[in-house]
Design a protein around this ligand. Structure first.
Ligand SMILES: [Zn+2]
Ligand SMILES: [Zn+2]
Length: 259
C-alpha cells in the first residue's frame, strides 16, 4: 500500500492511503482544506477522484474542517459514527454520509478500514486500521492515554502512525494556562513523546516496518526532539528496525510504500 501524510497536527490532519493494485484510495480524516488536499496530492501525481471514501475519526475541527467542501465538489462518501456526525455542526458532509459503528469494518474494493473506539474528549472517537492485500496500517492519533487496543495492534501491523503530541518538559514550562496543560495531559487529551515511545517500545515487534510519529504540538514539541527519541528507541532493538518518519504540520510527506 501507499501512504501519504498530507498534514498532521492540531492545525489539520489528513492521510491518503492507496491500493497499489487498483489505484483506489481512502482519506483518513479531512482536516485541511479541499484546495490544500488537491495541491498536496498533485505533488505526487495523485488526485481526489481516486478517493472512494473519507473516514472520520472524530468531530474536532483539525480532523473534519475540509469535509463540507470536499464532499460537495467530489461527492465522496463520508464514513463516520452517528455521534460524530451529530457533533460536526457546520463541518457536516455535504451529502452521501454513511454511518459505521465504532467497531465496524467497511470494505471498498480491496481496501478494508476497521474502526476501534478510543479515549479522547469527543462524542464517539475512533482510530482505524487499514488493510490492503494483507498489509496493515494503524492510524492512531488523539489518544488520551496508553490504549490497550492500540498496544495490542502495534504488534500486528506493518505500519503505524502514532501520535507523539508533546514534550512533557516543554508543556510544563511553557506558556499554556494550567487548565489547558491539564486537558492535554488528561486521559481524554493527547499522548506525550514519552508515552508514545514507551507504547512502541513495549508493544511493537519485528513486523512493524514503518513508524510515522505525528500530531506534534506546535508550541510544546519539535520534530528534532521526536526524531531523537525515536532514534534512541530503535538503537539496538531486537530484530529489524522500522523506517521512522516524523510527519509534518506544514507540508506533504513522501509517498511511503509498504511492499
Ligand atoms: Zn487532533
Ligand atoms: Zn481531537
Amino acid at each position: 500500500m501507499n501512504i501519504i501524510v498530507l498534514n498532521s497536527g492540531s492545525n489539520g490532519n489528513a492521510v491518503y492511503v492507496e491500493s497499489p493494485h487498483t489505484g483506489a484510495a481512502v482519506l483518513l480524516d479531512c482536516g485541511i482544506s479541499r484546495r490544500q488536499i488537491e495541491l498536496r496530492l498533485k505533488v505526487h501525481g495523485r488526485h481526489l477522484q481516486s478517493v472512494r471514501g473519507i473516514f472520520v475519526t472524530h468531530e474536532h475541527g483539525d480532523h473534519v474542517r475540509g469535509v463540507p467542501v470536499t464532499t460537495k465538489l467530489y461527492r465522496i462518501p463520508t464514513y463516520l459514527t452517528e455521534a460524530t456526525f451529530r457533533g460536526m455542526w457546520r463541518n457536516k458532509p455535504h451529502k452521501g454520509h454513511r454511518f459505521m459503528g465504532n467497531t465496524e469494518a467497511v470494505t471498498i474494493e480491496d481496501i478494508e478500514v476497521r474502526a476501534y473506539p478510543k479515549s479522547h474528549d469527543a462524542a464517539d472517537p475512533v482510530f482505524f486500521v487499514v488493510t490492503i492485500d494483507g498489509r496493515r496500517f494503524l492510524y492512531a492519533t488523539d489518544l488520551g492515554m496508553h490504549d490497550a487496543t492500540v498496544a495490542g495492534l502495534l504488534g500486528e501491523v506493518d505500519a503505524a502512525l502514532v501520535e507523539s503530541n508533546y514534550d512533557e518538559h516543554m508543556l510544563e514550562t511553557g506558556s499554556y494556562p494550567q487548565y489547558l496543560k491539564d486537558r492535554i495531559r488528561s486521559e481524554h487529551g493527547h499522548l506525550s513523546n514519552h508515552q508514545a515511545m514507551s507504547l512502541i517500545r513495549e508493544h511493537a515487534n519485528g513486523r512493524l516496518r514503518m513508524l510515522i510519529l505525528g500530531h506534534l504540538s506546535e508550541n510544546n514539541n519539535t520534530p528534532e526532539i521526536v526524531q531523537r527519541e525515536a532514534d534512541a528507541l530503535f538503537d539496538g532493538i531486537r530484530g529489524s528496525t522500522p523506517r521512522v518518519v516524523v510527519a509534518s504540520r506544514y507540508e506533504v510527506g513522501d509517498v511511503l510504500t509498504l511492499m
